[in-house]
Design a protein around this ligand. Structure first.
Ligand code: PEP
Ligand code: CO
Length: 449
């Protein structure tokens, strides 16, 4: 397997690429990026692929979550810790309440580029390039900030390195120790009803740990977790420069993250993103929206996973609560009938976005849950495994999605709306979701046993 030429990829008519004003500056950045150390090691990508093979077989569940768009300014220790904390809490809820191993993947350390529905944005008669994520341009609505700047690709690389370094320290250095289950349940979350429920569960876990210790069992797994990075592979310059030949296997890996996914807008079968991802060895995902036909999905699987290796390919469906029960069954049925090895994961966020009357982009917690329920129902009726969840969330107390146990209203959105892109579940909503999903998973699990 060889790495395709970057120029050839572009000549395939790559979708959703920035219009860089200065090609020489881009070339210089790419040359620099080709020399930077990898963010992840190929062997780690293989490990994750093995875990996703277990998801594909119905033996594990994937929890993938993080910001819609990371920002350079947001890459602080507090932010990273808060995001990790909510993911660890959710994972422990899913593992404990459903007795299923949970594969943990963050939408972080690289999630800096966004596809947009329009190339430009107009405000008060002024038209500027749309914000494409901190990897490309700035969010501020000025000509200077919105002009794509390739230096940002290096900034994003450095920021991703720092984020991943901190995540690695947290997950192996004691923060993710199961003895810490209580301490993850801090401040405002603790007093919510999901927080109280979590506290009761954490007490049970504590008792179990004390018992295990008393009988002399203290395995490594109690003290550390495996955690993996992921982002949408969107900007060809970045992903191409970080695609390297692994010295062990002589095969190409995209060392910018453990797991990469292709977005709904860039999954053209003959497009550049599918081509590049088809050449790398990492486990990869493809987002599938409500207009995806079974033939599209089968053709993507043949192109992206010709060996039909379990763990290599994940389909992340994002149909919308109103459509999932109509469109998912045929897709899953035909893909399964074609003998395709794939992990099915539910993104209940991207099909459920709407604009509140105040102008904020938002999602209803109830719609999110309804799509997840539809996902579980469809898989149950077909006898296939609902393999995981892909969510946009934050570790902070933001007001971006409405509804949930705290009944956030549209009028509350302005209180703490911080996302530069899509609305994320806040910590309490994320924890609530994990309890509800654990119940669904518990049932699915019992049925397949
Ligand atoms: C995303 O995951 O942020 C995204 C843009 O998703 P999709 O490609 O499914 O629209
Ligand atoms: Co998003």
């Amino acid at each position: 397997m060889t790495i395709p030429d970057l120029f050839d990829l572009h000549s395939m008519g790559a979708a959703q690429q920035p219009s860089w004003p200065d090609r020489d500056a881009v070339d210089a950045t790419v040359a620099r990026l080709r020399k930077v150390p990898p963010l992840v090691f190929a062997g780690e990508c293989d490990d994750l692929k093995g875990k996703l093979a277990a998801v594909t077989r119905g033996e594990a569940f994937l929890l993938q979550g993080g910001d819609c768009a990371e920002t350079l300014e947001g890459a602080t220790a507090d932010n990273v810790r808060a995001k990790l904390r909510v993911l660890l809490q959710m994972a422990v809820v899913l593992t404990y309440a459903a007795s299923v191993p949970v594969v943990k993947v963050g939408r972080l350390a690289g999630q800096y580029a966004k596809p947009r529905s329009s190339d430009t944005e107009t405000r008060d008669g002024v038209t500027l390039p749309a914000y494409r994520g901190d990897a490309v341009n700035g969010f501020d609505f000025t000509t200077e900030s919105r002009t794509p700047d390739p230096q940002r690709l290096l900034d994003v690389y450095n920021s991703s390195a720092a984020t991943l370094n901190l995540v690695r320290a947290f997950v192996t250095g004691g923060y993710a120790d199961l003895r810490q289950v209580h301490t993850w349940n801090t401040d405002f979350v603790r007093s919510s009803s999901a927080g109280k429920r979590y506290e009761r569960m954490a007490a049970e876990i504590d008792r179990a740990l004390t018992f295990m210790q008393a009988i002399g069992a203290d395995p490594d797994e109690f003290h550390r977790v495996d955690f993996h990075s992921s982002h949408e592979a969107l900007i060809l310059e970045y992903e191409h420069a970080l695609t390297r030949i692994d010295s062990r296997t002589d095969l190409p890996y995209d060392v910018s993250a453990h797991f990469l996914w292709i977005g709904e807008r860039t999954r053209q079968l003959d497009g550049a993103h599918v081509e590049l991802m088809s050449r790398i060895q990492n486990p990869i995902g493809v987002k599938l929206g409500p207009r995806t036909t079974a033939d599209d999905a089968i053709a993507l699987a043949h192109k992206l996973n010709p060996e039909n290796e379990a763990g290599r390919l994940t389909f992340i469906t994002r149909m919308g609560a109103g459509q999932i029960r109509d469109v998912l069954p045929e897709l899953v049925e035909k893909v399964t009938a074609a003998g395709i090895q794939v992990a099915w994961v539910c993104d209940p966020m991207h099909g459920n976005t709407f604009e509140a009357s105040s102008g904020y982009k938002t999602r209803r917690f109830e719609d999110v849950m309804d799509e997840v329920q539809g996902f579980f129902d469809v898989h149950r009726s077909l006898g296939t495994w609902p393999g995981g969840l892909h969510v946009e969330l934050t570790g902070d107390n933001v007001t971006e999605c409405v509804g949930g146990g705290e009944s956030l209203l549209e009028a509350d959105l302005s209180e703490a709306y911080e996302s530069v892109c899509d609305p994320r579940l806040n910590r309490v909503q994320s924890l609530e979701l994990s309890f509800l999903v654990a119940e669904m998973l518990n049932e699915a699990h019992v049925l397949t046993d």
